[in-house]
Design a protein around this ligand. Structure first.
Ligand code: ZN
Length: 203
């Protein structure tokens, strides 16, 4: 499986990092070795100094597809999870400054936290989902899927022009404002509406 990620998909987050709003989805990939499951701890790597949390809604692909039209995209997923797209922000700034690819700052081991999944049928409206991240019990990020610049169906249409989507592929749909650093000892808890989806420690 592969992990597709969308960058700058919430206007307020693009602003906080001083990035322009993208005219089309910003896409990058992570390998399956990036996955961090089952509330396992995130071990801070030693190759950078500033690791940011980015809480994101995550869609799981359940059918093989290519060149999917937006109106047919809902046939290609039926489960949602909550994840964290961990980012080595200092390294990202360095790589971007040199015009180099992002893999080292975005796709390292443990950089794709994933919760358990819920059926989308159990949610009232995929385009109106509240989610949030608490760090040590304090609210750090909160978002609503209605604020995505590109919604899930538009994302699927876009990425499937370039990449064949396969069963089990994950799409991280971008983070709202409030990204910030994590430190050893922090406890991260993620919620969709009032339900806790992940709860893990930084070590
Ligand atoms: Zn992200």
């Amino acid at each position: 499986m592969k992990i597709l990620c969308i960058g700058r998909n919430y206007g307020e987050h693009a602003k906080e990092l001083k990035n322009p709003l993208p005219p089309e989805p910003v896409v990058f990939l992570k390998p399956d070795s990036a996955l961090l499951r089952n509330n396992d701890p995130f071990y801070l790597p030693d190759f950078a100094n500033l690791f940011h949390h980015e809480v994101e809604l995550v869609i799981k692909i359940n059918r093989l597809g290519k060149n999917i039209e937006p109106q047919f995209a809902p046939r290609y997923y039926n489960e949602l999870a909550l994840g964290v797209d961990f980012t080595a922000r200092d390294l990202q700034d360095e790589l971007r400054g040199k015009g180099l690819p992002w893999e080292k700052c975005k796709a390292f081991d443990g950089s794709a936290v994933i919760s358990s999944f819920v059926s989308i049928d159990d949610l009232p409206d995929l385009n109106n989902i509240n989610f949030k991240l608490l760090v040590n019990g304090e609210l750090r990020q909160k978002g609503n899927s209605k604020d995505m610049l590109f919604d899930v169906n538009q994302i699927i249409a876009h990425v499937s022009k370039y990449f064949t989507l396969k069963i089990g592929d994950l799409i991280y749909t971008g983070t709202p404002a409030g990204v910030g650093a994590v430190s050893i000892g922090d406890r991260l808890q993620g919620f969709i509406e009032d339900q806790c989806f992940f709860d893990f420690l930084v070590k």
